[in-house]
Every structure is written in structure tokens, then in C-alpha cells.
Design a protein around this ligand. Structure first.
Ligand code: UD1
Length: 363
């Protein structure tokens, strides 16, 4: 069985790595690793291949940045000839980025079954490009591999047949648990002069938070307030860097708020594990902090990962500076919030996916 495994953007790499590792162990699987090139900076892509011990991509589409239509279309055109040439039995896509959408469309139209790892997540917010990517990908996927029970409910509601849905758990947590000990060896806290348990870690890159300078300025104001109490470490995503640069000094960056380059996987896991609070608008970080038991403040009005709020460490506050400050104060004052790790977030998701695929594609 030959799979074309697709990666494109930073949050894809830690989801593909466990699957490639599992495929390598089993004689049943052959694969080509395809990198679309949606993310291309050294610290958004290359470093993840090293940290996660991913093999070099067999095929690099090199599409780079562009508008949504441009980026999606370029990936589709390039991937269509890959499918024609490589004739995979399966296209495996992960997550919800433009690369996920583009390659599932191409696979489905070429009549190659598509497997979507992390299917069924819904924020019910169509203003998020990822929500559109998730919905279209799931409708086209023969195999919807889900992370949590509510994902199945979402898929059934949209008419996905039950025999296409497989609850396998969270593959990103496979990477987190596999690399946790190695991440501990990272010197990143020393390099940043940060004390374990004594800093706030921030990531922000959602268009709704960072593309509009007024909204972004409000969030930065809240972070400035936090930075007066605890050092705030903020690895800045390229999209966010653009907003900061175009504001040219209009955004106040106080001492104590440390803007740094994006971190690699192992450094980031270490920084996340030892943070007092994580402030983020990422999807994956809501899940990783839940497993690590680190309080997470999510700067969004909704989440496609509600289980992290229901049983995990996550709270939603939206981009309102007052709510960010209040929630941080509550965390700093109070005892740690009780939390549980969701079912099947146990490091064995890739194994379950490979078992199912072996059954579905008998020798
Ligand atoms: C994408 C995903 C988002 C994911 C995020 C993680 C979509 C629709 N969005 O958003 O779901 O959470 O990745 O990072 O697929 N850029 C660089 N260097 C790079 C990559 C991007 O400078 O290596 C710049 C681009 O030129 C662009 C901006 O960053 O201006 C955004 O990149 P893009 O790939 O469009 O989407 P992200 O915001 O990264």
C-alpha cells in the first residue's frame, strides 16, 4: 500500500512524524512524503524536520506564500501531477491548513481515497479559513480519523457515514510524549534567562487577532500589563511580525516582553512545559497544554477543540485585554485548575491508524 503523506505548514510536521515512524516499522506500507512548501522559513519548517527526525521530503512542491486562492491552486496543480506520476493508493492529509484542503481535493477527484487525520473538529466559525478547510476535507475523506468524541457527532451531523469515521485519538500527542524527555534537554530557558514556572509564554498568529492593528494593539496592551508581573516570552510568527513591523513603533513593547524568533519543536515543548501560563490563539497548543497540565488562555471566542475547555486546562477569553488580564490574575492567584487528559491522547494514535489501514488495504 502506497500512501502520499502531505505536509505543508508548521502544525503539520508533528502530526505526520508519528505516522511515518509507524509506516517504517511495518512492511505493508510504502509512502512518499510530499512537502507543499506552504511554510518555507528555516524556523517554520527545516528545524521541525530535524527535531522530529522526519525524512527529507521525497517531493517538494515549493509553492510558498500567496492569497488563499493562489496558494491552494498552486498546490493543487503541482500535486495533481504528483498523483498522476506516483499513483498512490491513499492520500494522507493532516490538520486544517490550505495544503490539507488542496491535496484532499486533488486526491478525491483522482479517485484516490483520502485519509484525514484530525477530522471532525469544528469551531462553527466560517470566518476562520481553517474551518472551511476542515469541512471540505472531511466531506471528501474516505477515512476520517478523529481525536475526540464530539468530532464524530459533528461529522454525523454533516452527513458523513459512520463507516468512514474512526476514533483514534490525538496524533500530535504521540509526538509530544515521544519527544518530551528529549525536549527537557533543551537549553532554551537558560538562553532566554527564564526560570521554570516563572514566565508567561505567548503565541499569536490568527488573522482575526494579528491582521487588524487595533485588535492586536489591545492584546499587546494586556501582555504589557502581564509583563509587569512576570517575564513574557513571545516567539513571533511571520504573519505577526508583519503587523508589528508595519505598526512602526505605534505598538508599545515594554521591557519584560521578549519578542523572539519562532522556536523549534524541542525548544518550544520545553518552554511550554515550564511556563506558568500560556497565552495563545493556536489550536494545537490548547491540546498540548491540556496534556502537560499548563494553564492555557486562548485568545479566541470559540474553539474547535472544546474538550480542552471541558476537561483540560484551557479557557477562552477572546481578544479583550480586560478578560486576558483577569484570567491571568485568577490563574496566578488560585490553585491549579483540576484537569484530565482526554481519552486516547496516549501516544499510540499512529499505531491505531496503521492498524486500521492494514485492515482496509489487505495484502
Ligand atoms: C497557516 C495555517 C494555520 C496554521 C498556521 C501555523 C492556513 C489557512 N493557515 O497560517 O492554520 O495555524 O499556518 O503557522 O493554511 N510566511 C513566512 N514564512 C513562512 C511561512 C509564511 O514569512 O515560512 C508568511 C507568509 O508570507 C504570509 C504569512 O506568513 O504572509 C502567513 O503564511 P500562510 O501560510 O499564509 O498562513 P499562516 O498564517 O502561517
Amino acid at each position: 500500500m502506497k500512501a502520499a503523506v502531505i505536509v505543508g505548514a508548521r502544525p503539520n510536521f508533528m502530526k505526520a512524524a508519528p505516522l511515518i515512524r509507524e509506516f517504517k516499522k511495518r512492511r505493508r506500507f510504502d509512502w512518499v512524503l510530499v512537502h507543499t512548501g506552504q511554510h518555507y522559513d528555516e524556523n517554520m519548517s527545516r528545524v521541525f524536520f530535524e527535531d522530529l527526525e522526519l525524512p527529507e521530503p521525497d517531493i517538494h512542491l515549493g509553492v510558498g506564500s500567496g492569497s488563499h486562492a493562489e496558494q491552494t491552486a498552486k498546490i493543487m496543480i503541482a500535486f495533481e501531477s504528483v498523483v498522476a506520476r506516483e499513483r498512490p493508493d491513499l492520500v494522507v492529509v493532516v490538520g486544517d491548513v490550505n495544503s490539507t484542503l488542496a491535496c484532499s481535493l486533488v486526491g478525491a477527484k483522482a479517485l484516490v481515497p483520502v485519509a484525514h487525520v484530525e477530522a471532525g473538529l469544528r469551531s462553527f466559525d466560517l470566518a476562520m479559513p481553517e474551518e472551511i478547510n476542515r469541512m471540505v476535507t472531511d466531506i471528501l475523506s474516505r477515512y476520517c480519523f478523529t481525536t475526540s468524541p464530539e468530532a464524530e457527532t459533528n461529522l454525523l451531523r454533516e452527513g458523513v457515514k459512520p463507516d468512514r469515521i474512526f476514533f483514534v485519538g490525538n496524533i500530535m500527542i504521540d509526538s509530544l510524549l515521544f519527544y518530551l524527555a528529549k525536549a527537557e534537554e533543551s537549553r532554551v530557558l537558560d538562553e532566554l534567562g527564564a526560570e521554570p514556572g516563572g514566565y508567561v509564554l505567548v503565541t499569536l498568529h490568527r488573522p482575526s487577532n494579528v491582521d487588524e492593528s487595533g485588535v492586536f494593539a489591545g492584546i499587546m496592551e494586556a501582555l504589557a500589563g502581564l509583563a509587569r508581573q512576570l517575564p513574557v516570552i513571545f516567539p513571533v510568527h511571520p504573519r505577526t511580525r508583519k503587523t508589528i513591523e508595519s505598526a512602526r513603533g505605534a505598538i508599545d513593547i515594554p521591557e519584560g516582553l521578549k519578542l523572539i524568533e519562532p522556536l523549534g519543536y524541542l525548544d518550544f515543548v520545553k518552554a511550554m512545559r515550564h511556563a506558568r501560563i500560556v497565552v495563545t490563539d493556536s489550536g494545537g497548543i490548547q491540546e498540548e497544554t491540556t496534556v502537560l497540565g499548563v494553564p492555557c488562555i486562548t485568545v479566541r471566542e470559540n474553539t474547535e477543540r472544546p474538550i480542552t475547555v471541558e476537561i483540560g486546562t484551557n479557557v477562552l477569553v477572546g481578544p479583550d485585554p480586560g478578560r486576558i488580564r483577569d484570567e491571568a490574575a485568577r490563574i496566578l492567584a488560585g490553585p491549579a485548575r483540576a484537569h484530565r487528559v482526554p481519552p486516547l491522547w496516549d501516544g499510540r494514535t499512529a499505531e491505531r491508524i496503521a492498524d486500521i489501514l492494514e485492515q482496509q488495504f489487505p495484502a
